[in-house]
Design a protein around this ligand. Structure first.
Ligand code: IMP
Ligand code: MG
Length: 179
């Protein structure tokens, strides 16, 4: 599969457009959480790492950062829907204002799993911030409180997102053919 991936996938969202939108999201989140004592950002590894790094540095509210790692069963390009927890949080989120930071919502299975895992831990609030959404593929009714971009039903890479672990460090969001 990886040998079919071009070295420079065609651009879907250029670097400057990502930077602009992440800045907008950060301003919106900062303003919404201005009254909160502290915001707990939860990054979903591994795809979130660049988005979370950029977003967290632009926020003007006090924040803590923790991570979870989730893996899908089945092939990377054909999510089966089933997900499992690989690494849990290190912090107790009870009574905290929690914002899940995800790279992309495809079927919505991962985000739904995260919500159902974290809600019973009784955070004061639990919201979601997602860079990309493939609206056409959504199967689950998951609430995205902060969304970067709606994108077409294509496999995308770059800015943290991968295809068979490749292209994560690409500075833009590119499109990979998967047919
Ligand atoms: P969902 O559970 O179907 O919503 O899938 C979400 C997860 O699948 C994301 O967190 C990504 O890890 C992965 N994923 C879905 N679509 C893409 C894509 O186009 N590129 C890279 N990863 C993707
Ligand atoms: Mg992800």
């Amino acid at each position: 599969m990886s040998e079919k991936i071009p070295a420079e996938p065609p651009v879907l969202i250029p670097e400057n457009e990502i930077r602009r939108r992440v800045g907008e999201l950060a301003r919106q989140v900062s303003s919404d959480y201005a009254a909160a004592k502290e915001l707990h950002l939860i990054g979903v590894l591994r795809g979130c790492f660049i988005f979370l790094a950029d977003l967290s540095r632009l926020l003007t509210v006090p924040r803590q950062i923790d991570f979870m790692a989730i893996a899908a069963y089945g092939k990377n390009s054909a999510p089966s829907g089933a997900v499992r927890l690989i690494m849990d949080l290190r912090t107790n989120i009870a009574g905290k204002h929690v914002l899940i930071v995800e790279d992309i919502v495809d079927t919505g299975n991962t985000l739904e799993y995260l919500m159902s895992t974290l809600l019973p831990r009784k955070p004061a609030t639990l919201k979601t911030c997602v860079l990309l959404r493939k609206r056409a593929r959504l199967e689950k009714d998951v609430k995205i409180d902060y969304l970067g971009f709606d994108i077409p039903d294509r496999w995308v890479v770059g800015y943290g997102l991968d295809c068979a672990d490749g292209h994560r460090a690409l500075p833009y969001i590119g499109v990979v053919k998967t047919d």
